[in-house]
Structures are given as structure tokens and as C-alpha cells.
Design a protein. Structure first.
Ligand code: CU
Length: 150
């Protein structure tokens, strides 16, 4: 192999590695955005709280599939949907919340929310805690949740 060929091969390899690195970065941050994150004590369940936020979809359809908080905040976290059943609000667990590509989904009172159960201490307005959000695509986003007055 001539010196020239070797140099050319090194270049090609370098560009390939760099390209793969950039592709992974782009893939990892697939454009999902989470804004307006807040929580309040649940008006429906003692010792529980609900977290709300706005999730903007990325380039591909995705879904929020789970969420978690530190063990010193709450014992259990579920994805819930509030629905009207026989004229009454009732909550039920959902396995995922679809986030369409380019669309946006609001987790808000009366609809989808992240349910924190088994609160270690009651949430105080002004308090901030982290929540990890896991998406079907494998993306995980950690957001700061601000406790607001219910
Ligand atoms: Cu709930």
C-alpha cells in the first residue's frame, strides 16, 4: 500500500467516523422538546400529585412511555389520563402517550398527566424536582418540574 493510498484511506475512515458521530448526535436529539413543566398536589388522590407539560414532537412519531422521579420524591410514577365517565372525572393508567412528528401534546389538568404516587413529603409550591422522561424511540429527557399552587 503506497503512502498516498494509506493517507487517502485514513481520510475516508476519519470522515466516516465523524459522520457516524454526527448522525448519532442528531438521532439522539431527535427534536423532542418539553416545555412548561409543572406539578400540583392531586385534587383527587391524597398523597399524590400530577405533573403537566407540553411535549413537542421531533422528526418522527414517538411516544412518552414512562417517567420516573427520585425515590425521595415519590414511590411510584405512572402515566394517566383523566376522562369523563358517567359525568364524573376518573383517571386511568395509559401505557404510552403518542407524540406525533412535528405535533405537540399537552399534558394538562383534565387530560393526560404524569401521576406521582406515594409522595414522600407533600409538594410545596416553589419546590423544584427532576423527572426523567423516557420515549419509545429510546430518547430520555430530564426536565425540572416546578411545583405550583393547585
Ligand atoms: Cu392520575
Amino acid at each position: 500500500m503506497s503512502e498516498r493510498t494509506r493517507t487517502a484511506l485514513m481520510w475516508i475512515l476519519g470522515v466516516a467516523v465523524l459522520g457516524a458521530g454526527i448522525w448519532m448526535l442528531v438521532k439522539d436529539d431527535d427534536g423532542l422538546r418539553v416545555t412548561d413543566v409543572w406539578a400540583r398536589s392531586s385534587p383527587m388522590v391524597d398523597g399524590a400529585a400530577a405533573a403537566y407539560m407540553n411535549i413537542q414532537g421531533g422528526a418522527e412519531d414517538d411516544a412518552l412511555v414512562s417517567a420516573s422521579v427520585a425515590a425521595d420524591v415519590a414511590g411510584k410514577v405512572e402515566l394517566h389520563e383523566t376522562r369523563m365517565v358517567d359525568g364524573k372525572h376518573s383517571m386511568q393508567m395509559v401505557l404510552g402517550i403518542d407524540i406525533p412528528a412535528g405535533g405537540s401534546v399537552a399534558l394538562e389538568p383534565g387530560g393526560y398527566h404524569i401521576m406521582l404516587m406515594g409522595l414522600v413529603e407533600p409538594l410545596e409550591p416553589g419546590e423544584i424536582f427532576d423527572t426523567d422522561l423516557v420515549f419509545e424511540s429510546g430518547a430520555t429527557i430530564t426536565v425540572e418540574v416546578e411545583v405550583r399552587e393547585g
